[in-house]
Design a protein around this ligand. Structure first.
Ligand code: NAP
Length: 293
């Protein structure tokens, strides 16, 4: 039997619609003030410019303020630091995002680390990572939060489930494992030096692949009835160019209970949860209880 296809596009759109409704409630309760997202883009990397433009557009679509700060590629460290500090102190700015990578003379981790934890809507600073590891409230990284939401929408039982995360990046794999642990799954993290990776994956009730290797996860790596989440985004040099995930979707969909496609699975969740985090940060700044953990 073919798996349930988890429709990230529709689920992401529903999250955005909920955020848009909440933004109106926020504005109504705060004399028209709206949550605001500040994006800092340093340099002229074309892909980064496209991502930032998409984030700003998404902000406007849900009724939030967007503040865009494009800085030249040779911006001195002091100037970038001063901008982030100024945004930390600006009450109109609920969330700050420093688009990575930054030019070589700057340190992306340092700049991200300067963002106040209450405005760290990417959830990637050391403080945000620490709060997550300790199970304390904080802003969580967007893509792993989006995956948790997809798992919920696909009615995936996490309590006591065997969850395997392939990939241990700070951006995705590590926070993903922490969120699953927080939901009482039994979590195994795999990486490039994991032995017998197919066997480890086959144990999983929930298998999450975030590697960056096209169609690496084969059908015989997947336990029948598992939920499979494909985070990978790999561009194939075909004509026309094709985007594929880390999972061999066509074969795995006949084994899994539920699976995300690429594109249209995890991808749309990242911006949806960036907006949700910005809204959460805005509520927190006004002393209100945020509705998401
Ligand atoms: P990353 O920082 O490059 O990390 C890749 C991870 O995969 C590393 O932990 C690496 O292990 C592991 N790995 C590499 N080859 C492996 C192998 N043969 N077997 C097992 N593990 C292996 O990547 P990332 O930032 O986490 O992103 C991973 C993928 O997800 C990319 O395709 C990226 O584009 C995509 N992504 C998508 C979204 C989205 O949809 N919005 C968001 C984030 C990431 P080592 O640590 O041992 O090197």
């Amino acid at each position: 039997m073919s798996a349930q296809i988890i429709d990230g596009k529709a689920i992401g759109a529903a999250v955005r619609a909920e955020v848009a409704t909440e933004v109106e409630r926020f504005a109504w309760e705060h004399d028209g003030a709206r949550p605001g997202l500040a994006t800092v883009l340093i340099g002229d990397d074309p892909a980064s410019a496209v991502y930032v433009k998409g984030k700003q557009k998404a902000c406007k679509e849900v009724g939030m303020e967007g503040f865009s700060f494009p800085l030249a590629a040779d911006t001195p460290r002091e100037e970038a630091v001063a901008l982030i500090e100024r945004l930390n102190d600006d009450p109109a700015v609920s969330g700050i995002l420093c688009q990575l990578p930054v030019p070589d003379h700057l340190d992306g981790a340092e700049l991200t680390g300067l963002i106040h934890a209450s405005k760290d809507v990417d959830g990637l600073s050391a403080i945000s990572a620490g709060l997550l590891a300790l199970g304390r409230p904080g802003l969580r990284p967007c893509t792993p939060s989006g995956v948790m939401h997809l798992l919920g929408e696909a009615q995936t039982e996490l309590e006591g489930a065997e969850a395997v995360v392939v990939g241990r990046s700070n951006l995705f794999g590590k926070p993903m494992a922490q969120l699953l642990l927080g939901a009482n799954a039994t979590v195994t993290m795999c990486h490039s030096r994991t032995r017998e990776l197919p066997n480890v994956c086959r144990r999983a009730d929930v298998l999450i692949a975030a590697v960056g290797r096209a169609r690496m996860v084969k059908a015989d790596w997947v336990k029948p009835g598992a939920t499979v989440i494909d985070v990978g985004m790999n561009r194939l040099d075909s004509t026309p160019p094709k985007l594929v995930g880390d999972v061999d979707f066509e074969a795995v969909k006949d084994v899994a209970r539920a699976i995300t496609p690429v594109p249209g699975g995890v991808g749309p969740m990242t911006i949806a949860f960036l907006l949700r985090n910005t809204l959460q940060a805005a509520w927190l700044a006004r002393g209100a209880r945020a509705e998401v953990s």
